[in-house]
Write a protein that binds this ligand. Structure first.
Ligand SMILES: CC(C)(COP(=O)(O)OP(=O)(O)OC[C@H]1O[C@@H](n2cnc3c(N)ncnc32)[C@H](O)[C@@H]1OP(=O)(O)O)[C@@H](O)C(=O)NCCC(=O)NCCS
Length: 286
């Protein structure tokens, strides 16, 4: 393969875990990497050398997503980051993608964008003509200070029921909800019409919470609060001291529980239609 990079499979996991442990803020664990890079449902194309750097991509429709890009701190500043990005772009272009997007790649995502604490990666992308678009963020909940349990929630494990409910109400979240049901990390509340609201946790990243969703007719009526508190209690029981509500939409339900805004992630995009130009500063940059 060009640049001497190899395609990497699950046997490279220990090396990739060591690399990201040294290279990435809040690094994913080996188990989290296994279920996000090498899961049968949405396997990533992983390329590199775990001793130096790796890049992982997935294709969603006509978008190619960068699931992971990391270079070991001892090997930085020698062009490996740019070379890995170029290899990813070439692979995604050959796969028919029209654009590259950073992170935000459900269901098996690692990051809802580029963690803004990884300023070197933001710089690399902006130098490479990526456009900074929306920002996503997580919210942090201190599990030692949870409110009283409203009760009424239960574990939900019936994959078929969850799939039917997701497909009917929130189809873009169905795969994550089903993954949670399979992992026994899904809680919900029921009413006379069946499932009223669900909250998944530890789907891709342990201690991360979401999706949280209620039947559309119940949105805004507090139906999601009981399963949310239930999921947070399950995490506290499992020994977590802090939970991270991932890729937050409305802030209010989490702020009510005392959550604070935590890590912020930039979503960068670059069209692949203009490939071939030399890397340059972000268009319009000062
Ligand atoms: C971003 C990263 C991959 C860069 O790796 P690298 O091998 O050092 O990158 P390169 O040598 O190819 O540098 C490429 C460009 O990135 C930018 N860059 C890299 N490090 C930088 C720094 N410390 N400050 C400013 N710009 C930087 C520069 O524009 C550089 O090119 P230039 O010097 O010619 O302008 C590496 O710092 C890293 O792994 N960071 C953590 C990434 C992370 O958190 N990943 C998880 C989310 S996907």
């Amino acid at each position: 393969m060009a640049n001497g990079w190899s395609e990497l499979g699950p046997d490279a996991l220990p090396g990739i875990a060591r690399l990201v442990g040294r290279a990435v803020p809040d690094p994913p664990t080996a188990a989290e990497l296994a279920r996000t890079l090498f899961d049968d449902e949405q396997p990533a194309h992983v390329v590199g050398d775990p001793a130096v750097g790796v890049v992982a991509t997935v294709v969603i429709g006509t978008s190619g997503h960068l699931r992971l890009l990391a270079v070991d701190p001892d090997h930085r500043g020698r062009g490996h980051g740019l070379a890995l990005l170029a290899a990813a772009e070439a692979h995604l272009a050959a796969a028919g993608c029209r654009e590259v997007v950073t992170g935000s790649d459900p269901p098996a995502y690692l990051f809802p964008g580029v963690d803004t604490r990884a300023v070197e990666l933001c710089a690399l992308l902006e130098r490479s003509r990526y456009r900074r678009d929306e920002a996503n963020f997580n919210m942090l909940v201190d599990l030692g200070r949870l409110p009283a349990d409203p009760g009424g929630w239960e574990d939900v494990a019936d994959e078929r029921e969850v799939r039917a409910w997701g497909d009917a109400h929130w189809p873009h979240w169905t795969p994550e909800l089903v993954r949670a049901a399979r992992r026994s990390t899904l809680v919900g509340v029921r009413d006379a019409q069946g499932l009223a609201a669900l909250c998944a946790y530890s789907v891709n990243r342990d201690g991360w919470v979401g999706p949280v969703c209620s039947r559309p007719s119940l949105v805004g009526r507090g139906a999601g609060r009981a399963p949310l508190v239930g999921a947070l209690r399950r995490l506290a029981e499992a020994g977590h001291r802090r939970a991270e509500i991932a890729w937050v939409g409305p802030i209010v339900p989490y702020a009510r529980l005392g959550a604070r805004i935590g890590p912020v992630f930039f979503v960068y995009r670059r069209s692949l239609d203009d490939r071939g130009g030399a890397p340059g500063p972000q268009a319009g940059a000062a």
